[in-house]
Write a protein that binds this ligand. Structure first.
Ligand code: IPD
Ligand code: CA
Ligand code: CA
Length: 295
């Protein structure tokens, strides 16, 4: 709507014009979101198909820094199809991807990609691994998708719109205490020998009989907190591509995600605690070493 010159000062027309502009921006954002989501789905599916195409064949495995920090030719192949899919649709968007690194461009959008999260599992043909892709807009995660092509589980989250597993809405668990919770964690490839390190924290739970699983894929750990299979997850050292998509899944499923000390989550900070939100503060205290007296 344009306001004719002589009416330009009329407050009613000015307010109306602003309303129209806002609604256009809204429509544009909705349309873009739909396009982003289509691209996300296409990329997840293409990468899943590429990963499964190696089911019957051998693949090359090499070592990155650290011991048993593996990368396979399949990680590279999956990454290639993901980046090609994104570039075909949004050539100006930024990309941060585990094996290729960072493509910095003048855009408010950044795709954060882990082509295979759980590479050690994948290299051993353990079907606990996934493709993880998140989309950040002006520093906020707005879309996240995690796909395990071996069991066909597709987790999706959109900011403000909730989270789904294979199109069905998901929610975090309702467990009310750490002692009754089922937790999951992960360990870095190079051990962090520091006070309150991964084994020290793990030890704390195991001694008190709290089950702590270790799946080997941080993205799946987060997705499984989002759908209530786990009540909480903690890990000392992750990268943005491990947690970006999973973070949004947990938040959109009603959970809470912070750094290990309870500060606001950032994909660019190493530590993470993700829970059903009910046990969050208690779990932060356990991780810090402030555990309740045994009853
Ligand atoms: C790893 C997995 C694992 C976590 C490691 C990550 P990768 O990612 O998410 O669960 O404990 O810290 O590096 O190497 O399989 O992509
Ligand atoms: Ca990873
Ligand atoms: Ca990876």
């Amino acid at each position: 709507m344009t306001v004719p010159d002589k009416q330009i000062n009329c407050p009613v027309f000015i307010a109306l014009a602003k309303q129209v502009q806002r609604s256009r921006m809204h429509t544009n954002l909705r349309l873009s979101l739909r396009m982003f989501k289509n691209t996300l789905l296409k990329a997840l599916e293409a990468a899943g198909t590429r990963i499964r195409s190696f089911d019957e064949s051998d693949f090359q495995i090499s070592n990155k820094e650290g011991i048993n920090n593996l990368v396979t030719e399949v990680d590279h192949a999956a990454e290639e199809v993901i980046i090609t899919t994104i570039k075909e649709n949004f050539p100006d968007h930024q990309i941060l991807s585990e094996e290729c690194g960072e493509l910095v461009q003048d855009s408010q959008y950044k795709w954060i990609i882990d082509p295979i999260d759980g590479t050690v599992n994948f290299a051993h043909r353990i079907p606990i691994c996934c493709v993880s892709i998140g989309l950040e807009h002006e520093g906020k995660m707005i879309l996240g998708g995690i796909f395990n092509p071996f069991i066909n589980e597709l987790f999706l989250a959109e900011r403000g719109k909730g989270a789904t597993l294979n199109d069905k809405p998901i929610a975090v668990s309702k467990k009310a205490s750490v002692e009754s919770a089922c937790l999951v964690t992960g360990f870095p490839y190079t051990y962090l020998d520091e006070p309150n390190g991964p084994l020290e924290v793990f030890d704390r739970f195991i001694r008190r009989g709290v089950p702590v699983r270790r799946l080997g894929s941080a993205a799946i750990d987060l997705a499984w907190v989002a759908c209530g299979r786990f009540d909480g997850f903690f890990e000392h050292k992750l990268q943005a591509w491990d947690s970006a998509a999973g973070f949004l899944l947990v938040e959109e499923a009603g959970g809470k995600v912070t750094q290990m000390n309870g500060d606001a989550y950032s994909p660019y900070k190493p530590g993470i605690i993700a829970t059903n939100s009910i046990i969050h503060n208690e779990l932060v205290q356990w991780v810090k070493g402030n555990i309740p007296q045994q009853s």
